[in-house]
Design a protein around this ligand. Structure first.
Ligand SMILES: [Ca+2]
Length: 234
C-alpha cells in the first residue's frame, strides 16, 4: 500500500499486489495543495490474495522509485471548498471511502449505502469522508445529515484537517443511529486558522458505546444509509 500524503484516504493511496519477480508498478495522483509530499510505503499486515503471506518471512525490495509530473494530463479543476454532493442523487462524487477490508460504500436509490461486515480495530477502520472543504476562521457552521442503520448502533462524525495531526474543528460527535431515517444537526465555530484542507468524516468502525452484542450484529452484515448531508455557514 502506498500513501501519497499524510492521509489514509482511498483517494490518496494505491494498493499493489507484488510478486517474487521484479516488475514496474505505477500510480497517478493529483496534488490538491502545496503541502510537502510524503510517500509512505505500508508493508505491514495487508489483505492480499495470499492469506499466509503476512506470516511468512520474506524480503521486499524497491528500486528506481520516481515521482514526476504527468505532462498533457486532464486539466485539474480546483475544489470549490464546499460540500457539493450531499444528496447522492446521481453518484458519490466528492466522497472517499476507506475500509480495513470490512466494507464498501455505494449509492443506492439516492442514498449513500455503507455495507459492513466487521468493525475493525478503531473508529477509522471503516469511514467515508468528503474532503477539500474550506472553513474560515471565526465563522460558524452547521452540519446536517440524515442517517439510519439496519442495526441500532453508534457512529462518530467529525470535521477536521485531513492529514498531519488531524486537528479537530468539530470534535467527534457520537451519533446513535436507529432504523429510522432521522436528521442530525451540529453547529460549531471554526476556531482554527482558515483551512482549505478540511474533511467531514463519518467514522463507522469500532466505536465506543457499541456493545459486544451490537458489534456482533454489525459484523454479521449491516448497512448504514446517509443522505442530505450539508455543511453550511450559519
Ligand atoms: Ca438522496
Amino acid at each position: 500500500m502506498l500513501e501519497y500524503s499524510n492521509t489514509s484516504a482511498a483517494s490518496a493511496q494505491a494498493k499493489f499486489d507484488i510478486h517474487a519477480d521484479w516488475a514496474t508498478y505505477t500510480a497517478q495522483f493529483t496534488v490538491s495543495n502545496s503541502n510537502p509530499l510524503k510517500l509512505n510505503y505500508l508493508i505491514g499486515k495487508t489483505l492480499g490474495a495470499d492469506p499466509a503471506a503476512n506470516n511468512t518471512p520474506h524480503t521486499i525490495s524497491f528500486d528506481d522509485i520516481v515521482v514526476r509530473e504527468v505532462q498533457g494530463g486532464p486539466p485539474v479543476i480546483p475544489p470549490s471548498g464546499t460540500l457539493d454532493n450531499g444528496t447522492f442523487d446521481v453518484d458519490a462524487t466528492g466522497w472517499s471511502q476507506y475500509f480495513d477490508g470490512i466494507g464498501s460504500a455505494s449509492v443506492q436509490e439516492g442514498e449513500f449505502a455503507i455495507n459492513l461486515t466487521g468493525t475493525g480495530q478503531a473508529p477509522y477502520s471503516a469511514q467515508v469522508d468528503y474532503e477539500n472543504l474550506k472553513l474560515v476562521q471565526g465563522k460558524t457552521y452547521t452540519l446536517k445529515f440524515k442517517a439510519r442503520s439496519t442495526v441500532n448502533r453508534n457512529i462518530q462524525v467529525a470535521v477536521e484537517h485531513k492529514g498531519g495531526d488531524y486537528t479537530k474543528y468539530m470534535e467527534a460527535e457520537l451519533v446513535a443511529l436507529t432504523q429510522n431515517m432521522d436528521e442530525y444537526s451540529y453547529t460549531f465555530t471554526m476556531n482554527g486558522a482558515t483551512d482549505a484542507g478540511v474533511h467531514l468524516v463519518f467514522l463507522l468502525g469500532l466505536i465506543d458505546g457499541n456493545s459486544t452484542e451490537t458489534n456482533s450484529e454489525i459484523s454479521a452484515g449491516s448497512t448504514i444509509y446517509l443522505d442530505d448531508v450539508s455543511l453550511i455557514e450559519g
